[in-house]
Design a protein around this ligand. Structure first.
Ligand SMILES: [Cu+2]
Length: 160
């Protein structure tokens, strides 16, 4: 029985510590999304003229779920609204600034304050780490015109 001796029993420092290879730097692969998943802006609509600079926007999803940031769950993500900006790079976290708003709690609506004039809005889903899925789940970009003035009457919730 010619068993090798001493391996793992030597005194002192182990000869070859089994260090795992260094983790790959950079982002992990993007999470997949079903091809039929999409998001849309429920309101306002493309071309809408909005009275009042503060208004509600709501988001819809089809074949895709909403989960808060930090939660890794298949076929879910959280909303981002891109205001007056082109799509960001799709292989890295979505920027977080006044043109890229995150809804990391899983919100599906928000109030926007925009200056009078023309603005573009687009939704883009991000995963737990704010990275778009592959393929990206995003709405079409819409254009709205904001007019100064009183906010539009909100019909919902009004007493008769
Ligand atoms: Cu995000």
């Amino acid at each position: 029985m010619a068993q090798p001796q001493g391996q793992g029993h030597a005194h002192g420092a182990p000869a070859t510590p089994a260090a795992p290879p260094a983790a790959q730097p950079g982002p992990r692969p993007r999470l997949p999304a079903p091809r039929d998943a999409y998001v849309y802006i429920g309101w306002p609509q493309d071309g809408q003229v909005i009275s009042g600079t503060r208004f509600k926007v709501w988001f819809g999803t089809r074949n895709f779920g909403v989960a808060p940031a930090g939660v890794i769950k298949a076929n879910t993500g959280h909303h981002h609204i891109i205001i007056d900006a082109p799509l960001p790079p799709l292989d890295q976290p979505i920027p977080n600034d006044r043109n890229h708003l995150h809804f990391g709690l899983g919100q599906t609506e928000t109030m926007l304050d925009l200056s009078p004039g023309t603005h573009t809005l687009q939704l883009l889903m991000g995963d737990a780490d704010h990275v778009p899925h592959d393929p990206p789940v995003m709405s079409k970009r819409i254009t709205v015109t904001v007019r100064p003035g009183k906010p539009q009457a909100v019909a919902a919730g009004q007493a008769q």
